[in-house]
Design a protein around this ligand. Sequence first.
Ligand code: NAP
Length: 269
Amino acid sequence: MSDSKKSKFNESKWALVTGASSGIGRAFVNLLASKGFNIVLLARNVQRLNEAAKEVHGAYGVQTFVMSCDLGKEGAAKNIVNDLNENEIVITTLVNNAGYGDLNSFMSTSWDSNQKQINAMLCSVTELCYLLGQRMKQQEEGWIINVASLAAFTPNIPGMMYNGIKSYVVNFTEALDLELKQYNVNCLALCPGLTSTNFPKAMDAEALFAQAPKWRWMTPEKVAIEGYRAVKKGRSIHIPGKLNRVLATAYNVIPFSIKNELGRRGLIL
Ligand SMILES: NC(=O)c1ccc[n+]([C@@H]2O[C@H](COP(=O)([O-])OP(=O)(O)OC[C@H]3O[C@@H](n4cnc5c(N)ncnc54)[C@H](OP(=O)(O)O)[C@@H]3O)[C@@H](O)[C@H]2O)c1
């Protein structure tokens, strides 16, 4: 920190959580705050971010910083890092969690909408790892949790980019972990199955997801705690819930032809 301009923030550990306004991101905010992390909360809905920030500040006394940002927009990651630098906030834990599903098929969707999905869930994730990971590597300290999905292993739905994007997140995160582990930076691909959040509503698919039996669903709090424990242990991939791990293994061993047929019939997760 420069002498002339002291940061209003203290130098204890900061975590950046994207998609902090709801669901799994919100659960990570609560969990990390309970462990003493100061939190940068990022999403588009500022009102919900402010509520979450106020709540964790009140409950745990940690510092918070709210960032309104649409990760689907070009240049989002650079703007975030500029904002962090201006406020002299050094991120030691990055939770790339923001995301959404889109049931519309690739060819029937406008390119603008496809591009936003790629920007929000693939480009921003990758660029934030790059920009914030440099400092972690130098300091030889850091955790990166990239929230992927069980969908990285499940059958592809015709024209849906989601599974492909999440497969990329898993493979990229494992490669990043192989590069950064020697610098004491742990990178984890967290692959939740069905989790009770705003996800189905946000993708306008509540009726479809309602078909899944209750016992298939996990709470966002359970997903976050499993992710926290896994990154702490230095795992590069973790699928929360035994049943989800069994499903991922099964999808890895069944023949491609059967897997593709299941996808063609619209089997989600
Ligand atoms: N729920 C599940 O069953 C499930 C299963 C596997 C994986 N996941 C993954 O878990 C992650 C979190 O989802 P969730 O289940 O917690 O859903 P959620 O409750 O809908 O939360 C999604 C979060 O992402 C933020 N977000 C969405 N688009 C954004 C954008 N363009 N820019 C910035 N923030 C954006 C939303 O905030 P704003 O709307 O305020 O921007 C919200 O905070 C996602 O990556 C999802 O793919 C979910």
